[in-house]
Design a protein around this ligand. Structure first.
Ligand SMILES: [Cu+2]
Length: 160
């Protein structure tokens, strides 16, 4: 009897794991111009990015200019040191602009995308990302008004 219960729970755990890795795998579905979700065990380096408001009324990312090499897997540790909610969205310029327009129409839109993290003030989160393509990409906060207030940054991915 005990053995049967144990077997069932093992099956349940492995089914859960399979599902989790399925949604977070690096299959073709997750591939974007900017790259794909990275694996924690394959992180090459960590980049810390702080989000905050300034005394001048700007909203910024610090740093706002990143240099990455094609193929690198980066752990972005994002800290919201401001007094408002902010987000970090990683994408190509066009995709950022489309997403921004969508957010303008639906400000309460919640996303659970692997290339983004939304943080309330005083909290920290992370995004692990593999930059599979060289080129110019961006990161931004798409909460209405924040991009215009300065919440954008550039990422240059150099070919090796
Ligand atoms: Cu913001």
């Amino acid at each position: 009897m005990k053995k049967t219960l144990l077997l069932i729970s093992v099956l349940a755990i492995s089914a859960g794991t399979a599902f989790a890795s399925g949604t977070h795998s690096d299959g073709h579905d997750d591939m974007m111009n900017v790259g794909k979700p990275g694996t924690a065990s394959k992180v090459d380096r960590t980049i810390e990015v702080t989000m905050k408001e300034t005394d001048d009324g700007d909203m910024i990312f610090e740093p706002n200019n990143l240099q990455i090499k094609k193929g690198e897997t980066i752990r972005f540790v994002i800290l919201n040191a401001g007094e408002l909610e902010h987000e970090f969205v990683l994408d190509g310029h066009e995709e950022i602009m489309k997403h921004k327009a969508l957010m303008g129409r639906m400000p309460e839109m919640e996303h659970d995308d692997p290339n983004a993290v939304r943080l309330i003030e005083g909290t920290q989160g992370e995004v692990i990302w593999t930059f599979a393509n060289s080129g110019a990409f961006e990161f931004a906060c798409l909460i209405p008004g924040h991009y215009e207030a300065g919440m954008k940054g550039s990422i240059a991915v150099a070919a090796r």
